[in-house]
Design a protein around this ligand. Structure first.
Ligand SMILES: Cc1ncc(COP(=O)(O)O)c(C=O)c1O
Length: 413
């Protein structure tokens, strides 16, 4: 009997959501038994549920999970079990998936530029009522496709504010958002049609600087002043960071304290506060186990890469916690060295400089577990070069972050 389920690159949004397969005590148990030659995604739903519970308990407002970050049904179920009732979706496929899984969930369409058909289907078929926009053209589109012109009943309109480049590892400032002046104009234009009118922003993903939220909320205050209309929602977006080797954020409370103070300074006691965390809820709840296919000096050729679930290890140079798994083989060397990785495709861009600290005798045939990959990992897989297959398994052990401490020390040395 196979203990894991095989799936190709793009199935999570295909709206079939069978159980993952058997739940195993550890990734090692699967490796020892199946000796897989394809990447294995290890899901730890209990960790996602716990992260959701913690975030919801600490944040003084409504928590929307950003589905793009990890749309795996097992993960969505875990977050729901952890108390998530609101979902930030950016495409009609994400919306359909969430609606099918959770008929009662509140779904918010948070992409500022949407296809007309997607707006229509979201509104008419899936009961979505909140839409983000950052231009007058998008406002016209939303009103035309929902038919909500002049209606003061159900429509929620959230104006996305552009922010200057800040302290985020993944800057999102250039693509979306209205300037303060445009946002104020849009709010005034949207007001007569909105049952809920709001302002949102996104400080960028993996934002290490709590003051980024303070600066953003000060900008929001300026927009509120200029717009001079009633505002019902302030949405502080996502961007809450997690720890990776060499990148350790201050505790979540520091970010939430800035948000709480900034929100209070706005002086909108009746407004709702929303956040859209993705990474912070699921990063720890997923890892991938890869196999070493070849070693050349201090470079390991592995069976997953930047066109698979390790995209952020490529150009962005993310380092992840790693550990060697060699079931039944000789004890790995105690000495560790920093390796770089190459992925399986023939593209020379399929390279991850690391360094990833592993036993010095790492060799062909070994497996490596790469942790903190529950966010922006499996969901980024492509079918490029035919490397689209992965296995999926649920494991019960704690999230794999064990080598973070060692790697930090090694990097500092
Ligand atoms: C609009 C929006 N909200 C929320 C998120 C989630 O961000 P993160 O995973 O950094 O929390 C993103 C990610 O890009 C986003 O674009």
């Amino acid at each position: 009997m196979n203990l894991s389920r095989i799936r190709a690159a793009v199935t999570p949004l295909a709206r079939r959501f069978p159980a993952v397969g058997a739940s195993l005590p550890t990734a090692e148990a699967l490796i020892a038994r199946e000796r897989p030659e394809e990447p294995v995604h290890c899901l730890r739903p209990a960790a996602a549920a716990a992260a959701a519970r913690d975030f919801i308990a600490s944040f003084g407002g409504t928590v929307l999970y950003a589905v793009k970050c990890n749309p795996e049904p097992a993960m969505l179920r875990a977050l729901r079990a952890g108390g998530v009732e609101h979902f930030d979706c950016a495409s009609i496929s994400e919306i359909a998936l969430v609606r099918q899984m959770f008929p009662e969930a509140a779904i918010h369409f948070m992409h500022p530029i949407k296809a007309r058909g997607a707006i229509r289907a979201a509104w008419a078929q899936h009961g979505v009522r909140d839409f983000v926009l950052d231009s007058t053209e998008e406002l016209a589109k939303i009103l035309a496709e929902t038919g909500a012109v002049g209606m003061n009943g159900a429509l929620g309109l959230i104006v996305r504010l552009a922010l200057p480049k800040g302290g985020a590892v993944l800057d999102l400032s250039g693509k979306f958002g209205a300037s303060a002046e445009q946002a104020a104009r849009l709010l005034r234009a949207a007001r007569p049609h909105a049952a809920r009118l709001g302002i949102s922003f996104h400080v960028g993903s993996q934002c290490l600087d709590p003051l980024a939220w303070r600066a953003a909320l000060d900008e929001v205050a300026e927009v509120v002043r200029r717009a001079s209309v009633a505002i019902e929602v302030i949405d502080v977006g996502g961007g809450f960071p997690v720890a990776y080797p060499g990148m350790e954020p201050v505790p979540l409370g520091a970010y939430l304290a800035e948000i709480e103070e900034g929100f209070e300074r706005l002086g909108l006691p009746d407004a709702e506060l929303w956040a859209e965390p993705g990474r912070a809820l699921v990063a720890g709840a997923g890892s991938v186990v890869v196999q070493v296919q070849h070693r050349r000096g201090e470079a390991l050729y592995i069976n997953d890469g930047v066109f698979g679930s390790l995209a952020d290890a490529g150009v962005l140079g993310f380092r992840y916690p790693v550990r060697l798994i060699r079931p039944g083989g000789p004890e790995p060397s105690r000495q560790e060295i920093g390796f770089s990785f190459f992925g399986p495709t023939c593209d020379s861009a399929d390279a991850m400089r690391g360094p990833f600290f592993l036993p010095a005798d790492a060799a062909e045939g070994d497996w490596i577990e790469i942790g903190q990959l529950g966010a922006y990992g499996a969901c980024l897989r492509t079918g490029f070069n035919g490397f689209d297959r992965a296995r999926l398994v649920e494991v019960q052990d704690a999230p794999f972050v064990a080598s973070l401490g060692y790697t930090r020390a090694a990097l500092a040395a």
